[in-house]
Design a protein around this ligand. Structure first.
Ligand code: PMP
Length: 393
C-alpha cells in the first residue's frame, strides 16, 4: 500500500522511550525539551491579546510564504550574532528547523544520493533525509568537529555526495562544539568540491561560557551554506517557528517546496514573536534561560564526576542541552535501558540511533535542561550506581 520511500523510514526508538519517560515517577534525561517553567506564559497572554486587537484579521489570514516581514528583518539583523549580518532577502520563515531539514532532503537528494554527516548525528535529520532515500557516510569526528582528512576522503571517494550536514554548536547528541580551525577546514573543502553545507544551529545561542564561534555561514563566501535557526530553544517550540538563512538561489527552491508543503508558517505565531520582540527584552529572556541551564549543566557534570564509574568518559558541554557518555564496550545501552527504567526510574537515550549506519552500542545521551535540580543529582546518582554494577559483572 505504501511507497518505497516510507518503507525506509523507521519509527523513532526515541519516541517510544519518551512515552515511558513522560511518566511522573520517572526522572527523565531522555528528551530534548526546554524547561517549561521558563516559557513567558504571562507575557504571551498580553502579546496574543495585542496581536488579536491590533492585527487580528491578518493574523488569522493566509500570508506570504517567505514570512512576516518585521520578523524576517528581526532575524536578519540578529544573524549578526553568528557573525553573519544579512537582510530579509536571505531569510525564509519555516515551521521549526525540522522543516528546514525536510527541505534540504527535498531540494538536494535523489534516491541513493549520499549525505556526509558527523558521527554521531541528529536522529531527526537522519529520518528527514531517509524519507528522500538518502544514504549516509559518517565522517570521523572528535572533540573539535569533523576530522578534515576523513571529510576529504569521503568527498573524494563517495559517489553522489549532495551535501554535508553538521551541527557545529553544542551538538545534539554529543554536546560538542567545533573549533574555528575545523569550521574553516570544512568551508574550504565544501568550496573545493562545490558541495553545499547544511548548518543546523538550534543551540548556538545557549552558550554558558567563552566566546561564541562564528557560524560556518559567516565563513561562506560562495553561498554554499544553508543555515537553519529556530525559536524552539530560546523561546517556545510550540510556536513552531524557525528560519533558513541562505543565498537567494537556495532560498528560492525552498520557497517553492514550502508552497506545496504547508503554504506558509503560522501567521499568528509569526506576529506573536515579532510583537514580543518589540514589547519585551528578548536578550534578557535568553540570559535567564542560559543562567538556568548553566546551573543544571554544572550540577549534572558535578554529579557525573562524583557518581559515574571511572571507566566512563563524557563530554563537558559549554552550552546547549546535552551531554554524551561513552561506557565500556561490554555494555549495550539499548539493552540496559529497560532495566534502568525499571530498577532506577531514570531514563536516558541510548546512543545507537544517532549513528545512521549503526555499529556503536556503548553510548548514551543525557539532557540537563528539563529536570529540576534535585532530580538531576538523584537521577545521576542512581544511574551511576547501576553503571558501576554493570561494569563489575
Ligand atoms: N535540529 C536539531 C539538532 C535539534 O536538536 C532539533 C530539536 N530537537 C531540531 C533540529 C528541530 O527543532 P525545531 O523544529 O523545533 O526547530
Amino acid at each position: 500500500m505504501f511507497s518505497k520511500r516510507v518503507d525506509g523510514v523507521k519509527a523513532s526508538e526515541i519516541r517510544e522511550i519518551l512515552k515511558l519517560a513522560a511518566r511522573n515517577d520517572i526522572i527523565s534525561f531522555a528528551g530534548g525539551l526546554p524547561a517549561p517553567e521558563l516559557f513567558p506564559v504571562e507575557k504571551m497572554k498580553e502579546v496574543s491579546r495585542y496581536v488579536l486587537d491590533n492585527m487580528g484579521e491578518e493574523a488569522l489570514q493566509y500570508s506570504p510564504t517567505e514570512g512576516y516581514v518585521p520578523l524576517r528583518d528581526f532575524i536578519a539583523g540578529r544573524m549578526a550574532k553568528t557573525g553573519y549580518p544579512t537582510n530579509r532577502d536571505e531569510i525564509l520563515i519555516i515551521s521549526g528547523s525540522q522543516q528546514g531539514l525536510d527541505f534540504a532532503g527535498k531540494i538536494f537528494l535523489n534516491p541513493g544520493d549520499t549525505v556526509l554527516c558527523e558521527s554521531p548525528t541528529y536522529l531527526g535529520a537522519v529520518n528527514a533525509f531517509r524519507a528522500y532515500e538518502g544514504n549516509f557516510r559518517e565522517v570521523d569526528t572528535d572533540d573539535e568537529g569533523m576530522i578534515p582528512e576523513d571529510l576529504e576522503k569521503a568527498l573524494k571517494e563517495t559517489d553522489n555526495v549532495k551535501f554535508i550536514y553538521v551541527i557545529p554548536d553544542f551538538q545534539n547528541p554529543s554536546g560538542r562544539t567545533w573549533s574555528l580551525e575545523r569550521r574553516k577546514a570544512l568551508i574550504e573543502l565544501a568550496g573545493k568540491y562545490r558541495i553545499p553545507v547544511v548548518e543546523d544551529n538550534p543551540y548556538g545561542e545557549l552558550i554558558f561560557e567563552g566566546e561564541r564561534q562564528p557560524s560556518i555561514k559567516s565563513l561562506d563566501t560562495e553561498g554554499l551554506v544553508m543555515f537553519l535557526g529556530t525559536f524552539s530553544k530560546t523561546f517556545a517550540p510550540g510556536l513552531r517557528i524557525g528560519w533558513i538563512c541562505a543565498s537567494p538561489e537556495i532560498l528560492s527552491k525552498c520557497i517553492m517546496v514550502k508552497q506545496s508543503s504547508d503554504v506558509q508558517s503560522s501567521s499568528i505565531s509569526q506576529r506573536e514573536i515579532a510583537v514580543f520582540m518589540e514589547k519585551y527584552d528578548f536578550e534578557e529572556h535568553v540570559e535567564t534561560i542560559k543562567k538556568t541551564y548553566k546551573k543544571r549543566r554544572d550540577l549534572m557534570m558535578e554529579s557525573i564526576e562524583k557518581y559515574f564509574p571511572e571507566e566512563a568518559k563524557w563530554t563537558y558541554p559549554s552550552g546547549g542541552l546535552f551531554t554524551w557518555v561513552v561506557v565500556p564496550e561490554s555494555i549495550d545501552t539499548k539493552e540496559l535501558m529497560e532495566r534502568t527504567l525499571e530498577e532506577t526510574k531514570v531514563a536516558y537515550v541510548p546512543g545507537a540511533s544517532f549513528f545512521p549506519n549503526g555499529g556503536v552500542h556503548n553510548t548514551l545521551r543525557l539532557n540537563f535542561s528539563n529536570m529540576p535540580e534535585d532530580k538531576i543529582v538523584e537521577g545521576i546518582r542512581r544511574l551511576g550506581d547501576l553503571l558501576k554494577k554493570e561494569i563489575a559483572l
